[in-house]
Design a protein around this ligand. Sequence first.
Ligand code: TRP
Length: 319
Amino acid sequence: MSGMRPSGRLHIGHLVGALAQWVNYPDSVDAFFEIADLHAFTTKYDDPQAIRDDSDEVVLDWLAAGLDPQRATIFLQTAIPEIFELHTYLSMIVPVAWLQRVPTYKEQIEALGADIATYGFLGYPLLQLCDIAVFRADSVPVGRDQLSHLEFGREVVRRFNFLYGPTLVEPTATLSEFPAVPGTDGRKMSKSYGNTIDIADDAETTTKKVRAMITDPLKVRRNDPGRPEICPVFALHHLANAARVALIEERCRSGELGCVACKGELAETLNAWLAPVRARRASLDRERVAQILAAGNEKARVVARATLRDVRRAMKLVP
Ligand code: TRP
C-alpha cells in the first residue's frame, strides 16, 4: 500500500523513482494506491478546487506511468470513511507527544508557517497509519523521508494490539534507492523549485525546458572542455540515453561536444522515452478516472470494512 498527496503534476523524477517501484510488483501481491486528498487538506485547506483537480491529474499520471487498474486498487482517501473512523479511535490512545516529536512536524511548520499548525496537521502521521492499517498492509513502498511516519505508525499499532488484542498489522517501509534526478537548474527536481519536466508536458515544452537548462558555467565556448559531473544535462542523459552516456562524457570533456548539440540529443531521447507515456495519458480522460476511482473505492472499502469490524470488536464497541 502506498499513496501520494495530490499537489500538482508529477514529473520524471517520480517516473524513475516512486512510480517505477509501484508498477513493479509480483502478481501475488494485493496492491493499494491512494490519492491522499485529505492529507492535501492539512496544508492546502484554503484551495479545495486545486485538490479536486490535482486528484484526477495524479491518477492520470499514475495510469500514464503504467499503473494497471486491473491489477492494482487505485482509490481516493476521502471515499473510505473507515479510515476516518479508525483515526478517531486511535486518537484516543496516541499521546500528543508522540506526534509532536515526529521530525516532519516541526520542519514543516518552520517551512510553511503557523497557518498549518492545525489539529489535523499534527495528526498527519496518524492519518497515514490509518490509510495503511485499514488494509492491514505489511509493505509500504515509500521514500526515505517517510521513515519517521512509518516508525510512528508501528508504535501506534503495537499500542493498539497491546491494549485491545492483536488486530492491526505492523507495516514495514519498503525502501528502494531512487536515482537522484536533478531539475533543469541543477537542484533536486521538485515542483517547489519550478525546475521539473512533467509527465504531462508535451514534446515542445520539454525541448524548450531542456534548451534553457544550465550547464557547466566554465564551458563558455562550444569547444571548451566541460565537466559532466557537475552538469544536470549530463545527469539527465542517464534516464533515457544510458547507452551513449560514456561517449557523451568523453566528448564533453574533450571539448568535442558543444552544449547546444548535447541538449538537442537530450531533448530527443527524453521525448522518445516519454512518447508512449504521454500517448497513454492523452488516451484517458477524467471520465475514465472517475470510473477507475469508483471501482477502486469499492474494492478498497470491502477490505477496510472488514478491518473496522475487527477493530470495533476488539474495542468492545459491539455487543
Ligand atoms: N505522506 C506521504 C507523502 O507525503 C503520502 C501518503 C499518505 C502515504 N498516505 C500514505 C504514503 C500511506 C504511504 C502510505 O509522500
